[in-house]
Design a protein around this ligand. Structure first.
Ligand code: PLP
Length: 430
């Protein structure tokens, strides 16, 4: 650590603090391999394939996930974006409705709402947690507000108790997006079990992944029936499957689409689910240690989370950087310097959705021209999201899956970049 603070920064050609590879993510072991190979030779690769006489892996995964969450229903889908689409539809969100969406999150949250024809209302976040502010949500609510899509972002969580109470008192559907918080708990209760439904992504970078995948959970059998239909072209599982025949039966009380998860993906997800709690525990312990070390470094503070979060998860370890304590370097200079020291991708935070390159509802051919102005992202003011994003950096959870020496490297990189920045105030490589 001490030698690391001398000599030029890695970004200026010095030796990096670290050149050892980071823990690999996503992970597989022999059991994951066996699970995939078994599906490959099973004669069934999709739930729309013929019933083979044993429950599909997709249904096994749904049952295991529902059981893990202590809810009666889970419906897997092909990705997290599809999970949001079918969940919004199953909760009754329709064309012209308004849905409250946090101003800072992955673009799919807003684009999924627009995809079902509803208007995403971008709501500002808490400056400390970067999750949707309940006060701002109350101000944004109108008679047309049909649902709230709250996101438990990075390593924090929205005020789920406050949102549940307010949503149910006002007859507004509450959808939790837990794509970044698999296994996080609020006073011991799993996030995702508070709302009317919860959507999860199982994409490559997520805490539980099968490459591309998603799942929705709910306690309502009516919502589950609609979820099934919306994700399988209007079909649901038949009550009496026959070997060699389709297991899906046609119902068609809604206009569905095909968003089904393949058996191969389901096998990976089912296998990896068994490791989620243990992996979360490792990340949690390493995050705790990192917090301790960064407190010594100073000038960086982890994203706050509500004190009710009894079991935090770390999709990204998000940090606020106090630029003044880094020689007033730009956040981009600090980010790139850290990347060079750590030989890792240090992510900038998602750009707030009122100015996000990826969020372009006005370019959607599907929206009616007369209603387009309602979708204009630029009309929403998101001061807390904008200020927070300008000084926040993200460390991937894979950096928290190793041992304490990995964590010491991260802290050493921050200390080194800070020492240099202070000796060269106002400068910075970019
Ligand atoms: C990843 C993510 C999604 C989208 O999931 P995909 O599987 O990539 O479609 C949606 N919401 C949040 C908060 C996410 O992090």
């Amino acid at each position: 650590m001490s030698s690391g603070t001398h000599g030029p920064l890695a970004i200026d050609g010095g030796d990096p603090i670290r050149s050892k590879p980071w823990p690999i993510w996503p992970r597989a072991d022999a059991a994951t391999e066996r699970a995939v190979i078994q599906v490959l030779h099973s004669g069934r690769w999709a739930i729309s394939g013929m019933c083979s006489g044993v429950p599909s892996v997709e249904r096994q995964f749904a049952a295991a996930f529902a059981n893990h969450y202590g809810v009666p229903y889970a419906v897997p889908v092909c990705n997290g974006s599809a999970a949001l689409v079918v969940a919004l539809q199953a909760l009754g969100v329709r064309y012209g409705d308004e849905v409250l969406v946090p101003g800072i999150t992955w673009v799919a949250c807003a684009s999924a709402v627009a995809r079902v024809g509803a208007v995403p209302i971008l709501v500002d976040v808490e400056s400390t947690t970067l999750c949707m502010s309940l006060e701002a949500a109350k101000r944004a609510c109108t008679a047309r507000t049909r649902a709230i899509l709250i996101v438990h972002l990075y390593c924090s969580a929205a005020d789920i108790a406050g949102f549940s109470e307010w949503a149910s008192a006002n007859g507004i559907a509450l959808l939790e997006d837990c794509s970044q918080a698999h296994g996080a708990r609020w006073k011991g209760q799993l996030l995702g079990t508070f709302g009317d439904a919860a959507a999860f992504s199982l994409q490559d970078s997520k805490l539980l992944t099968c490459g591309e995948g998603g799942i929705v959970i709910t306690r309502s059998s009516a919502v589950c029936d609609r979820l099934q239909q919306f994700r399988a072209d209007g079909r649901v599982f038949t009550a009496a499957p026959r070997k060699g025949h389709p297991e899906l039966e046609e119902v068609g009380t809604v206009q569905g689409h095909n968003y089904c998860l393949s058996e191969i993906h389901a096998a990976v997800a089912l296998d990896r689910l068994q490791h989620l709690e243990a992996e979360n525990a490792i990340r949690r312990e390493n995050a705790r240690y990192l917090g301790e070390l960064l407190e010594e470094v100073g000038g960086v503070t982890p994203l706050e989370r509500p004190p009710q979060i009894s079991h935090p998860t770390y999709y990204h370890y998000a940090l606020f950087v106090s630029l003044e304590e880094f020689g007033s370097w730009s956040i981009e200079s600090i980010r790139q310097s850290l990347e060079a020291e750590l030989e890792a991708f240090i992510e900038p935070v998602d750009t707030p959705l009122n100015g996000n390159l990826l969020y372009n509802p006005l370019r959607s051919p599907r929206l009616p021209p007369d209603a387009l102005s309602k979708f204009d992202p630029a009309q929403f003011s998101l001061p807390a999201a904008t200020a927070g994003a300008a000084r926040c950096l993200l460390l991937s959870h894979r950096m928290l899956l190793g041992d304490r020496t990995d964590i010491e490297d991260i802290a050493a990189a921050f200390a080194r970049v800070q020492a240099f920045a202070r000796s060269k105030p106002g400068g910075g490589p970019v």
